[in-house]
Design a protein around this ligand. Sequence first.
Ligand code: NAD
Length: 480
Amino acid sequence: MSNFEYAPAPESTAIVDIKSEYGLFINGKFVAPKSGKRFTTINPATEEVLAKVAYADLADVNLAVTAARSAFTKVWSKMPAAERGKYLFRIARILQERAREFAVLESLDNGKPIRESRDTDIPLAAAHFFYHAGWADKLEHAGMGNNPKPYGVAGQIIPWNFPMLMLAWKVAPALATGNTVVLKPAETTPLTALLFAEVCQQAGLPAGVVNIVTGDGVTGSHIVNHPGIDKIAFTGSTGVGKAIAKAVAGTKKSVTLELGGKAANIVYEDAPIDEAVEGIINGIFFNQGHVCCAGSRLLVQENFADELLEKLKRRMSLIRVGNPLDKNTDLGAINSASQLARIREISDSGDLEGAERWSPACNLPQKGFWYPPTIFTGVSQSHRIAREEIFGPVLSVLTFRTPQEAIEKANNTPYGLSAGVWTDKGSKILWTAQRLRAGVIWANTFNKFDPTSPFGGYKESGWGREGGRHGLAGYLKAGK
Ligand code: NAD
């Protein structure tokens, strides 16, 4: 029994019907792009082309905004709120019914393990629609006055790390509050958004309420700069978020930004060690570390560090890296060649600046984009790997002696999205949480998400909240 191995357990792809070519979803129909241009989306685990996707330029964005405006004025803003809610319930139920199809497609286009797309991304996306469906006819209780009003047309731009979940975070509150939508998915992961367009058709959603335009950052900037858009909701990098904030300054547009992070995961000497190790693993290796709120800076109490790191390394040796569609895979593919290059570049700076790198032995596939689970010890606060968002499976380990030192180090970042605290003392959790400048703080757990709970950051991690009652405020003008 010395060579005990898991048998392969691949999820079948027979359930997905990937078309060779996709149009733009405008005014309830798939249409050819006016630009005449298309780009390919690939499977990052194999580098195989999955489909050709339409590229939207300004003429296409104009059509999408016109469709969204017309749907807002003529249909969506006039519809009784309870009726609007019914469409959201219908979409939520269809997402549940087609969950496996969405999960397989997400893993193919993104590279994330099927275990995660099946058990996290898609169920949570459906949960966001269910949750917001319930709000549609109760908006006078949202804390925005008796008769809060939608902005009108929302331009929404999302990243590639949780393609379908980020779509749900954007589209569900926009529709529940009575706005119509022009959404642009990321260029490397457009396919589940296009499948969602089919769901909108299946649900009988009135034409133009949701429009989906595929393309790159230039397409995104056409949305941001469009005079017919009333509200911009963006999730992505802090650099692009800053450019968007500048672009909308002085216009009538309202804006919410969900940006990057460099979260501290603080482990005190009295933490339950095995649970903490699992939490650290989940905090940084979930979704290949392509997580804005990843626990990418481990702060461990110095007298406890050797014992914890030994257990952490042993646990990291058990991480299974490989085929995202295998149900036993823990760590899938890096989403793109450019993201892999970025992870390599920042990680290499860790070597150059004197930190000590460790990865377990693992056989990475020949084709596709892969990076092994990695930790750096001997990291100081000035190192790039302690300051910059790597957005990959790379953990930087720092130590502290006193709780005050932990707080100072944790808050020593331009970001403030999330943090974790591990200790067996409730009072220490509260003491620490009160002093951390982060939008979400998990205690003795990590990366837990719920549509009822607002999510968002301080400082360079963004403006506004998504989810919960607070998230509705981003889509409503206060009424009397
Ligand atoms: P990115 O900013 O490069 O791209 C995000 C989206 O913006 C894509 O759809 C892209 O096409 C578009 N875009 C690019 N340039 C644009 C421009 N000038 N104008 C308008 N749109 C433009 O980010 P990314 O690399 O795709 O995603 C990773 C980043 O997203 C990380 O920094 C991560 O922390 C962040 N993120 C944040 C959250 C959150 O909720 N805070 C969630 C997920 C990801």
